[in-house]
Design a protein around this ligand. Structure first.
Ligand SMILES: [Zn+2]
Length: 142
């Protein structure tokens, strides 16, 4: 049994096929706070899935599928109708990688030449090209 821990999240499934590992997670809470008024809501409007590339396990690529929910804000006086819960740990908004995966990539890029970074990333099971590594670093510096 694969033991996986994601603080603040519950693991809802683990699957491996074709040397790829998929880990399904969701926020371990029944409520979320409205970003405008700070009120707590338990009224789920809808949900969607984010697919994030994570650090490999034993050289096998890992995809984290994070379920994110939209909530309704029912606080009187708040103009916001819906909001998405914060996935504060796994990844930044619109990111395609987990935060910890991005940290490893930034370290590779800062230490190696382009040829060596691509070769090392490949040997670690991180499927990306040299230009993607550079873009990852560029975005992190913004
Ligand atoms: Zn609100």
């Amino acid at each position: 049994m694969l033991a996986v821990r994601f603080p603040g999240f519950r693991v809802t499934g683990v699957d491996s096929a074709d040397s790829r590992i998929r880990i399904d997670i969701s926020v371990d809470s029944n409520s979320a706070k409205c970003p405008d008024c700070g009120g707590t809501s338990t009224s789920v409007h809808s949900s969607y899935l984010r697919r994030l590339r994570d650090l490999p396990i034993l050289g096998n690529p890992v995809e984290v599928t994070a379920s994110a929910r939209w909530f309704r804000c029912r606080a009187s006086g708040c103009s916001r109708v819906t909001f998405v819960e914060s996935l504060y740990w796994p990844a930044r908004r619109h990111a395609q990688r987990t935060q910890r995966g991005a940290v490893v990539l930034r370290s590779l890029v800062s230490l190696l030449s382009s040829t060596l970074r691509a070769a090392l990333a490949f040997s670690l099971g991180i499927r990306t090209g040299s230009s993607t590594l550079l873009r990852t670093v560029d975005r992190s510096l913004l």
